[in-house]
Ligand binder design. Structure first.
Ligand SMILES: Cc1cc2nc3c(=O)[nH]c(=O)nc-3n(C[C@H](O)[C@H](O)[C@H](O)COP(=O)(O)OP(=O)(O)OC[C@H]3O[C@@H](n4cnc5c(N)ncnc54)[C@H](O)[C@@H]3O)c2cc1C
Length: 464
């Protein structure tokens, strides 16, 4: 553990040494700068630095290590656990190193370590290209990619890490290292799924995919009493679902009530959402199985520009809401669990729900042992989520999420998506990677970060 916190002399030293900004607790912008996405997180770092370049990153890291203070890395600050901050230590905030450069001819993008998803989406689409990333524009490319990267295009184009060709990072010993399939391949294996543990990534190189930039989307809202029939339709369709189609089924409550028809307002409901990234002419055929079965109470279908969809929820999912998200993989969900989840939804705090996302497609075409990321063979990603603003509802949300996970516990298979977890600890880390990958990661951690400098993350402890 670190032996001390940041002192005034350290702040002066950082101001002398760095080209980028240094933000101390007395500075006017400190409270804004330290704000985490999750309103549950309120940590006061000893100092925050915003490196202007790779040298600044290496200098800040060297000084932080010399002083033996805790070091946290921050890009988009979306870690629901608050890993991108520290109490009293040093935050290396990559917000001073944003920016994306696209090489349209080679179909690649070079993305700086502090860039946000929206920058990459806009830069790639300017050339009719895309990198499959997440669904909210202000998420950091770094945290999302280093964990895996799921979103609306992954069944067609693979996880974000499947499109990652190389990274440049500053390692714990201060070296600038490039990792790819041919350069430090073991490190590159670890970075794709457990990347926050192995260094400070200053640049990513992605392969881009041609994409016309239109999503055909649908939302179908059903009465809770139709849950079994809707689940049967989704489950039976999942193995043969076209790769162009992404599908999620959620069980929750129709709240706020003024946004739903009277017949379901306030009641448990089932929602099926889909996105189709292929030709408009194929959508009806490709979604026919989702449209068979019970009659929905609400149907919304539209074809929209990809860039509009990618930012549509940026405001609603803005900084400051309180949030817990806990996800896990499964190959099936028992009908009794669907019934129990529906009963549980009746008691859901406003903003809490349970979702089942269909995996497969291009995600499953890469071997599970190809990267540290674990779980791509599972048929479904399950997730219990809560989002609320009133602190008096903290316990209710937490308890509701735990119970939802208990309901599906018998169905769970190996692995959890590291970016879909909030609760921390050694047990969670083992559940994320499974025993075999965790052992390999611990050995690699010993090679690349034996002193566990990078520990503000779902931490891989170096092999002893
Ligand atoms: C509103 C919202 C929407 C989301 N949507 C999706 C989604 O669609 N798909 C998906 O896959 N995930 C999604 N996530 C989860 C998201 O991918 C993770 O929370 C991710 O870690 C966020 O990355 P960040 O850079 O914003 O976060 P940060 O909090 O800045 O960092 C997260 C982790 O990455 C480490 N880190 C940050 N920068 C670097 C760096 N340059 N080098 C090395 N390590 C670094 C930090 O130490 C920390 O452990 C979402 C999260 C939120 C809050």
């Amino acid at each position: 553990m670190p032996s001390r916190t940041i002192r005034p002399a350290d702040i002066s030293r950082l101001r002398e040494a760095l080209n980028g900004a240094v933000i101390a607790p007395d500075d006017a912008g400190y409270d804004e700068a330290r704000r985490a996405w999750n309103g549950l997180i309120d940590r006061r770092p000893g100092v925050m630095v915003r490196p202007a370049d790779v040298d600044d990153v290496a200098t800040a890291l060297r000084l932080g290590r010399e002083w033996d203070v805790e070091i946290a890395l921050r890009s988009g600050a979306h870690s629901p656990t608050g890993h991108s901050s520290t109490v009293g230590g040093l935050v290396i905030d990559m917000a001073g190193m944003r920016g994306v450069a696209v090489d349209a001819e080679r179909r690649t993008a070079r993305v700086n370590g502090g860039a946000l998803l929206g920058e990459l989406d806009v830069a790639a689409q300017a050339h009719g290209l895309v990198c499959p990333v997440g669904v909210i524009g202000h998420t950091g490319v770094a945290g999302l990619t280093l964990g895996g990267g799921v979103g609306r295009l992954q069944r067609q184009f693979g996880l974000t890490i499947d499109n990652l060709r190389a990274v440049e990072l500053v390692t714990a010993d201060g070296r600038v290292v490039r990792a790819s399939e041919n350069e430090e391949p073991d490190l590159f294996w670890a970075i794709r799924g457990a990347g926050a543990n192995f260094g400070i990534v200053t640049a990513f190189e992605f392969e881009l995919q041609p994409f016309a930039g239109v999503l055909h989307r649908g939302i179908r809202i059903y009465r809770g009493s139709d849950a079994q029939a809707v689940w049967t339709a989704v489950r039976d369709f999942a193995p043969s679902m076209p790769s162009a189609l992404t599908c999620i089924m959620a069980i929750g409550r129709a709240e706020p009530i003024d946004e739903y028809p009277e017949s379901i307002a306030g009641q448990p409901i089932v929602v099926v959402g889909y996105s189709h990234c292929g030709n408009a002419a194929d959508v009806e055929r490709d979604t026919a199985a989702l449209r068979a079965g019970p009659k929905p109470v609400v149907v919304n279908e539209a074809s929209l520009p990809y860039l509009d969809v990618q930012t549509a929820h940026d405001l609603a999912m803005g900084f400051g809401h309180r949030s817990i998200i806990e996800s896990a993989y499964a190959n099936d969900v028992a009908p009794s669990a669907i019934d129990a989840l529906l009963d549980h939804a009746a008691t859901a705090p406003d903003g809490a729900s349970f979702s089942i996302t269909v995996q497969g497609g291009a995600i499953a075409r890469v071997a599970d042992d190809a990267m540290a990321y674990t779980g791509r063979d599972a048929a479904f990603d399950l997730s219990a989520d809560g989002s609320w603003d009133d602190p008096s509802l903290d316990t209710a949300n937490s308890v509701w999420i735990d119970r939802a996970l208990e309901i599906v516990a018998p169905d769970l298979t190996i692995g959890r998506y590291v970016n879909g977890c909030t609760r921390d600890g050694a047990e969670q880390v083992r559940a994320i990677y499974g025993d075999a990958k965790l052992a390999r990661l611990q050995a690699l951690k010993r090679t690349w970060d034996p002193d566990n400098v990078f520990r503000r993350n779902f931490n891989i402890e170096p092999q002893s």
